[in-house]
Write a protein that binds this ligand. Structure first.
Ligand code: ZN
Length: 344
């Protein structure tokens, strides 16, 4: 099991010539403490919880190379270094058979991923940061957005350092942001696709604002004008249901989703937008639970003569076109087309 390595004020000359070299020098999970102009306050940056989401690490590398000093102390946690180093570099979300680290921030902590999550929580407890930002990438290309468990001016302000879109969701999956309930304002920022240059750039710009601003939590009644998406419902596959992506129904799979389904990311879809094709009933193929734990499958999708449509006008996001992610995580998230929660 890897233990977290602690590094204080790393010199620009000691971190390699690019993010990959930096990653290799770290070699395992690391905590970098950067002393600020004001050393009485501390913020936290967490990144690389998923080893295939490099934008946050690249942004941190750029910051360290720039030789700047943050406004306040920043404790930076780079988590899944080992998974990221597994060749090809930055392609493994986690190591084979390991749990998703961003589902491990609650007991039991009894495997290697749980132990790492627990250690990260302990570092945060010791430093008691005024805010925590966790930088991620999406697997496909797409716009940036923030996620938090409940909405208030502090979360609003933190997310607006990076993006104008905020998902308010409390699924209790054991994600790092779940600690926001009882600890420190914590937001997840998805800066965009893991291979997208704009995502790397946004991560760096947002990180600079987060590190350099004397105040990052809301001052007064600023309206950041964020687009809010409430209580999205995850559409998941039932066990043993097979899925592929194609422009025509595939005979060998239970469900075929259109290859261009990703284009609907964060857009509204009407009830007659063809999403793909499916064999069977909605409930035999999909599962989806609303915030109160009730089955929401038929509020999300309908199957008519083997064609798959939204059950009502919806806004879809985090749409994947990767069957492995659809099987292990979910196909997409949905809210009502005005951003509100989908009611029964
Ligand atoms: Zn992630």
């Amino acid at each position: 099991m890897s233990r977290i390595q602690f590094i204080r004020n790393p010199a620009a000359s000691s971190i390699g010539n690019n993010a990959q070299e930096f990653l290799r020098l770290l070699g395992g999970p690391a905590c970098l403490f950067l002393e600020g102009e004001d050393d009485t306050r501390t913020r936290a940056l967490v990144t690389l919880l998923h080893g295939n989401e490099p934008s946050g690490l690249m942004a941190l590398f750029r910051w360290l190379k720039s030789g700047q000093r943050p406004a306040v102390n920043v404790v930076c946690i780079v988590a899944s270094v080992v998974a990221a180093l597994e060749p090809p570099v930055f392609s493994h979300r986690m190591l084979p058979r390991a749990r998703d680290l961003n589902r491990c921030f609650r007991a039991p902590f009894d495997d290697a991923q749980g132990a790492l999550a627990e250690e990260i929580l302990e570092i945060l407890r010791v430093h008691h940061p005024e805010a925590v930002i966790d930088i991620h990438n999406t697997s496909g290309s797409g716009p940036s957005f923030g996620v938090c468990t409940h909405m208030d001016r502090e979360h609003d302000a933190l997310v607006s350092l990076f993006t104008q879109r905020l998902i308010v969701s409390n699924l209790g999956l054991g994600a790092l942001m779940d600690i926001s309930e009882h600890s420190y304002p914590t937001v997840t920022v998805e800066v965009g696709g893991r291979l997208d240059e704009e995502a790397h750039e946004l991560a760096y710009e947002g990180l600079c604002r987060y590190f350099k601003s004397p105040a990052v939590l809301s001052q007064g009644k600023t309206d950041w004008g964020l687009e809010l998406l409430y209580d999205p419902i995850r559409l998941e596959l039932c066990e043993h249901v097979t899925l592929t992506y194609s422009d025509a129904p595939s005979e060998s799979y239970d469900i075929t989703l259109r290859t261009d389904i990703e284009h609907h990311n964060f857009g509204s879809v009407s009830a007659d937008t063809l999403l793909g094709w499916a064999r069977g009933s909605e409930r035999s193929l999909f599962t989806a639970l609303d915030a109160s734990g009730r089955c929401a499958v038929t509020r999300l999708v309908r199957i008519v003569d083997g064609e798959l449509y939204p059950a009502r006008p919806l806004k879809l996001f985090m749409i994947t076109n990767n069957a492995a992610i659809a099987e292990s995580d979910c196909l997409f998230y949905a809210v009502a087309d005005d951003g509100s929660a989908i009611c029964a």
